[in-house]
Design a protein around this ligand. Sequence first.
Ligand code: MLC
Ligand code: AMP
Length: 505
Amino acid sequence: MSNANLYALFLERFPDDPSALFLDDVGGRRLYYSEIPRRSGQIHALLHQLGVEKGDRVVVQVDKSIEAVLLYLACLRAGAIYIPLNTAYTPNEVAYFLQDSTPRVFVCTPQNKAALAPIAAKAGVSAVLSLGASGEGELTDALAGVAASEQIVEVAADELAAILYTSGTTGRSKGAMLSHANLASNAQVLFDYWHWRSDDVLLHALPIFHVHGLFVALHCALLGGSRVIFMARFDVGKVIAKLPEASVMMGVPTFYTRLLERPDFTRETCAGMRLFISGSAPLLAETHREFEARTGHRILERYGMTEAGMITSNPYDGERIAGTVGFALPGVNARVADEHGREVPRGETGVLEISGPNVFSGYWQMPDKTAEEFRSDGWFITGDIASMAGDGRVTIVGRAKDLIISGGFNVYPKEIEAQIDELPGVRESAVIGVPHPDFGEGVVAVVVPDGSAGVSEESVVAALRDRLARFKQPKRVFIASELPRNTMGKVQKNVLRDSYQDIFA
Ligand code: MLC
Ligand code: AMP
């Protein structure tokens, strides 16, 4: 049996040239392909010393850095399960992830170490290490004198490489279990589908704790042996300054609307670009058209999710149609189905269901949740409402799941509502997403007081500050005497969305 370890696939593709650059950090630090085996091997050896064996979890909540990428690669090599967390999560939220995933090792930022170490200890984590944005911290210190491991742990195709937490409709986050084969198949398909070239230069301004920045972007570059302009975050001025060196950029729609707001973002800025890719949230057709008018480039929109990586993509050579997400990727099967899982006629809407080598195996320790989201024939129910044209082109028209996507981050209303409903003086609340010029959708809460204590926009905002990650917190809170309900007693969120649709206009 050959080793299905994803790291082994990458290693095969690393350029022979010792001067081939992988991560070109705009802060001035660099990682060459030729350094990856030794540096990731050293971290692998350290993990081993800390007791990490195949199948053990390693939870990581750190800023974007070269070392963070090496830590990911080291976990792959070790056959450990990598679990990245959004840096915006509060200690309160991190506690849940640690308790749920019971990692052997937890790596956090130096500034969060004091607050998180006791939480990790309570969750039974035996080793907590710090890692800072410039690679400083206990993890790096601990590598001094550690000899690099040369091993790439043997794994089977279906063994787990990562667990990525995705919020759920019940308010409890679910860990999507992704195998080495899930990730490898998706990476190879995207590499071919988007005509990746070894001389491509990827501008990388996405966070590396989600599918988009970690897997889609970095895996294509690793397979191509390509250079990555590595930016700590999306800073529009820095992106405009660096784009002339790049040939590919991947981003969420907010990246594109922010670029278009800048008069110094021009056709010349993009002269060397081959491909702009958008995903994680719907790209407005208007943004697509404006972008083409400004730069001459037609953004290639694709569609995906944590549970499956990339699912559909507009074609590289064929027509990229604004407002559509293109075709099921090679090897991926997609159907638009009714509530029983029966395919509806082409052109009609229904819920998109998928199967393929990219689709995850289930949610970590949640067999019931897993069973709910798969059909008996093994197809996964995405929860996205779509239509499929006669030629197979897919358009996402809505969501069956109660989900808000703000600047590419998912926010499940239930989680926010649960926090608000616990506040003194609150009878109930409804959280909705309404059009937002920068984030696509903005989170809004409508709160009904019970009269027992004073409740105001300010008091709700203040109370949520330490409980929820900043991006989940409502940008506006409205106090209402009641919530609109249908005859079944269910809150009519569509009515609320209509009432508040212009507040960010
Ligand atoms: C930051 N803030 C947000 C926010 N990001 N609020 C709502 N939604 C967001 N996405 C908060 C900040 O904390 C700050 O709060 C205020 O909003 C303004 O911050 P900013 O400086 O303008 O934000 P910035 O750092 O520039 O971040 C915006 C962003 C970032 C769009 C660049 O959110 C981002 O990188 N998003 C990408 C997410 C992503 O990678 N998604 C992929 C998921 S994978 P205050 O009050 O403190 O000032 C997936 C599958 C797939 O979905 O298909 O790809
Ligand atoms: P996540 O759980 O963060 O992976 O988010 C996945 C969800 O993002 C999908 O289920 C869709 O609802 C949404 N999504 C991703 N890409 C697109 C896109 N191109 N158009 C519309 N929605 C998208």
